[in-house]
Design a protein around this ligand. Sequence first.
Ligand code: SF4
Length: 328
Amino acid sequence: MKRNEKGPFHQEPLMEIKNLKKYFKTGKKEVLKAVDDVSFTIYKGETLGLVGESGCGKSTTGRTLMRLYDATDGEVLFQKEQVHGKKNLSQLKQFNRKVQMIFQDPYSSLNPRKTVADIIAEGIDIHGLAATKEERQKKVLHLLETVGLNKSHANRYPHEFSGGQRQRIGIARALAVEPEFIIADEPISALDVSIQAQVVNLMKRLQKEKDLTYLFIAHDLSMVKHISDRVGVMYLGGIVELATSNDLYDEPLHPYTQALLSAIPVPDPDIEKKRNRIILSGDLPSPSNPPSGCRFRTRCPMATDTCAQKTPIWKEAKPNHWVACHLF
Ligand code: SF4
């Protein structure tokens, strides 16, 4: 895949991902190609949404970007420096401070035996960001307020909070080390619909206030639209389309994106009745044994013989609108 898609707002690149691969050995000869030759750039100050069905490799991509997994091949540059490979302790600490993650499950990602204050202050302690106990406490209380929680919550335990509140604690924990880039791995999937918008709005406000960059991973295209400047669509370990949110939703090019969008219900019953839903046949193939040529061909309503023989090239079909499909 070629890279170099331009940022729509001409920001400087914060993270550059070049031909990234992450394979897992699953048997003597079997290899699961969770992320297979993915290239894209994340620009400073933007929110890039990464969307796809479960098992498409979006979470593995996020985890590889922040070194939770080693890359099998390819490279990731953060502020022009290699993320993977050998680093000394101070380089690692610096990277871990600048890049934070918010996890999907606010129930299991918080240590149940620690108070909220200690959970939030973990990074402050590791990175020595508070000189005294008083300063540490002041920072924790300020962070609680920043994410819309009460100061009195500091000495409580995670089980005393609702799902939305726990996700707010997770966000406060990430913010504690003053990061520049946050990878949010399905941060709202486990929450009630009514709470999802609140968490998204909180993240949007924090982005403005703190000049944050987000990679927002989700399987739900509808919620991603409200937070993302650009959206990338993943299928079976590869990115098949990447465009600004408006372009992607108004004029999706890839048949897979079209199918995903057609599945989002429209609130107006008249429009909903007339809508043409694209139903994908077949199950997601195994990433251990992906189809030849275009990976989507076994489920694509537009597939031709060429699609089985040739891998589509990643190309800029329209300005800032990238797609991997022989139709373009
Ligand atoms: Fe469908 Fe062929 Fe395009 Fe793949 S390359 S998405 S199979 S038309």
